[in-house]
Design a protein. Sequence first.
Length: 126
Amino acid sequence: MRRNLGGPPRAVFGSLFNVTLGANQAMSVNIISGMTTPVLGADHPYYFYAQAQRFNIVGDGTMIAANCPSARAIMIQDLVAAWWQMVMASDPSQNPQTVLAASLPPRESRKPFALRHPQTHVPGTT
């Protein structure tokens, strides 16, 4: 089930500045008259845990294997947001959409995958 964690603050931001800011959407907004500020909409960091552990057991350390592919996608979104913030902080004059596009991983790495554990070889055994 997809919950809209992060949606309420984005809605308030949108009503204050007359924009629609979705999750993982970058834009420039006129916050101070005559100046633009790059912004990025994101989900709440808690959403990763809520997805990986389900909303009713968050915090007990249980990871639900069936939820890992979708939780992985959320983790990638969080890493993209963190990278975007770092790059934009180094030079806020950059185009926020261009930086976001450059921050996204290649499509192939965004696909769900099964974790594979390498075989461990113990020296002296065959």
